[in-house]
Design a protein around this ligand. Sequence first.
Ligand SMILES: Nc1ncnc2c1ncn2[C@@H]1O[C@H](COP(=O)(O)OP(=O)(O)OP(=O)(O)O)[C@@H](O)[C@H]1O
Length: 272
Amino acid sequence: MPTYQLQNLTVRHLGASPAPALQAIDLTIEQGEQVALIGPSGAGKTTLLATLSLSHKPAEGSFQAFGVDPWALGEAARHRLRAQLFLAPQTPPLPPRQRVVTAVLAARLPQWPVWRALASLFKPADPQAAWQALSRFNLGDKLYSRVDRLSGGERQRCGLARLLLSPAKALLVDEPLSALDPALSELTLTTLREEAGARGATLICSLHQVDLALSHFPRIVALRDGRIEFDLPRAQVTPQMIAALYQGEPPAASKPPHDDAMAVKPGVGACL
Ligand SMILES: Nc1ncnc2c1ncn2[C@@H]1O[C@H](COP(=O)(O)OP(=O)(O)OP(=O)(O)O)[C@@H](O)[C@H]1O
């Protein structure tokens, strides 16, 4: 059974301009596939990931996750379905005063009874698991740091460590590299792909770094102006297609010149 089946899907943002954020989206993603979403700013990548995580209700078209239409389910059943999906947003919503260990273990809250979730706020239930997840992103030394003392890139990796602890079968990751240097970018994508592969989870990741999308992901879905421009195995994606997709707005390089690396960081860190 596919993880997702979307047919002729339209998604609008409430109160936004009449042009939909996504339109005529046909997309089938099989369980265990690893897919990169690319496209210029405003193309609809975040909206698509939010729709796949059941945060946006489509306006039109057909949407199925794990073979069911989530929006035809009652609230409780949809909530259970949501527990199968994990969205790691570009700016993870981490409580600023919380310790990293608590924030990471929060990924397990949906599996725990209320008493255990509350107890974990005072004494982390499984710090070893949090440390292991953080270590896979080179962040083990921040286990007991406060979230608001982390840099933008550290916070982003803290959000990804949560993903490792969630039991989800679909891992949805929005721009995981925006605050990371090239070495950490490689480590992060490799870790995400290994994790998804090891547990047979579907991985869908939006990226501005087209070279990394092509080197790490077998399937590339390109969005522009809310529509799918192409959906192809990476071997069939040509430089001409990439140039047409970005039309004058060059895709981000994964290896910025040294001076640019500093210019990228501050904007992303200002997240909470
Ligand atoms: N909360 C919102 N309210 C209204 N319109 C929105 C909202 N979020 C996004 N949009 C609009 O929806 C469209 C798609 O935006 P989206 O954030 O999905 O693009 P994106 O490809 O993820 O862009 P970026 O690469 O810059 O993150 C854009 O036209 C954007 O202005």
